[in-house]
Design a protein around this ligand. Structure first.
Ligand code: KDG
Length: 335
């Protein structure tokens, strides 16, 4: 529904921009909350979004991005969108499962094999299916951006086998599936907002955390972590969420500018995220972190141990949601 509506709107927008008059827009200010820092690839995506909006509105809109959870963490900022007191947030899906349980499907361990699968699912029918669930929560998902494949860092020991996780105090996002996954692997998992992680690692309140290389790099976790184990145990998407109470005050033409420019920002953000990932890994090595890749057999042992997580959480995520995801993945892999 959403895609068909927007496709027709995009055609109308393209036609309108072919006309001599610029899009008819009001003066607007859009504040975007981010938990990551500005030098994260999300910063490049926001710059591309801003440039697109500036051109489409001839400077009528002002876009102000806020970094490092300065307007609140993912969940706090998202609640502000729902009440219409903040325009936008770029957030992981994981902390939002209390608002929409279906988002938990993305937290199932080892769901995607690579970025190509993630893009195909998120930008295809399944991504629209999940995005269409957001308006009932007073939210509009403008586009899927990339957080990325998650890897484990810690300050205790190299994690070369599942047993090395025993008793390790691992911070996880505020999400029962991540909590269950790491508890199942023998760790002592602690849910925590992203903005608190650096200090908790620095003070020794926790031993470990897990995030993509570019986040470990741009949040300077290498300053307070000694070991990095390449696990790629989950792929987290970002949602570029917009407040529906604010969205409803925008004209169709203005709404289409938001979506078109968020998708342009997405393409740039994903490009930079993938380009920087290897550079960030090299920087983490240079910073003195001891990096290890888990062997294939160890990765298989972890996959087997966490397979039960799917059964335990399918009911809460929604059996139809899990089934649609698995069907979409099977169809893509069998092409
Ligand atoms: O801006 C996003 C961050 O707030 C957070 O979602 C990043 O992956 C993340 C985490 O570990 O919380």
């Amino acid at each position: 529904m959403r895609k068909a509506l927007l496709t027709s709107m995009a055609a109308a927008f393209a036609l309108s921009t072919a006309m001599p008059a610029l899009a008819q827009v009001e003066e607007r200010t859009i504040r975007i909350s981010n938990g990551v820092n500005e030098d994260h690839p999300v910063g490049d995506g926001v710059d591309a979004f801003k440039a697109c909006v500036d051109e489409a509105t001839d400077g009528a809109w002002t876009v102000n991005a806020f970094w490092g959870s300065s307007l609140g963490d993912d969940l706090d900022a998202t609640q502000q969108l729902r009440s219409g007191t903040l325009e936008a947030v770029i957030t992981s899906t994981s902390p939002l499962v209390g608002i929409e349980p279906a988002l938990g499907v993305f937290d199932l361990p080892f769901l995607f094999a690579n970025e190509e699968e993630a893009d195909a699912i998120l930008d295809g029918e399944f991504g629209d299916y999940v995005s269409d669930m957001m308006p009932e929560h007073n939210l509009v998902n403008l586009a899927w951006w990339e957080n990325g494949f998650r890897n484990l860092t810690n300050s205790v020991r190299p994690v070369e086998s599942v047993e090395d996780l025993n008793g390790m105090r691992v911070r996880v996002m505020q999400n029962n599936i991540f909590l269950d996954t790491f508890e199942t692997l023998g760790a002592n998992a602690t849910p925590m907002a992203f903005g608190e992680v650096f200090t908790a690692l620095e003070t020794g309140a926790i031993d470990a955390q897990e995030n993509p290389f570019v986040t470990i790099d741009t949040s300077q976790f290498y300053e307070v972590q000694d070991y990095l184990s390449v696990t790629r145990h989950a792929y987290t998407p970002f949602m570029f969420l917009f407040s529906k109470p604010v969205w409803d005050t925008y004209s169709e033409e203005e709404q289409n500018i938001l979506v078109t420019c968020a998708e342009q920002g997405r393409d740039e953000q994903r490009r930079v995220s993938r380009e920087l990932s290897d550079q960030s890994l090299a920087k983490l090595r240079e910073s003195g972190m001891q990096v290890n890749e888990l062997s294939e057999e160890e990765q298989e042992r972890i996959r087997e141990q966490v397979a039960e997580v799917y059964e335990r959480h399918a009911e809460n995520i929604g059996p139809e949601v899990v089934e649609r995801m698995q069907t979409a993945l099977e169809e893509m892999r069998n092409q």
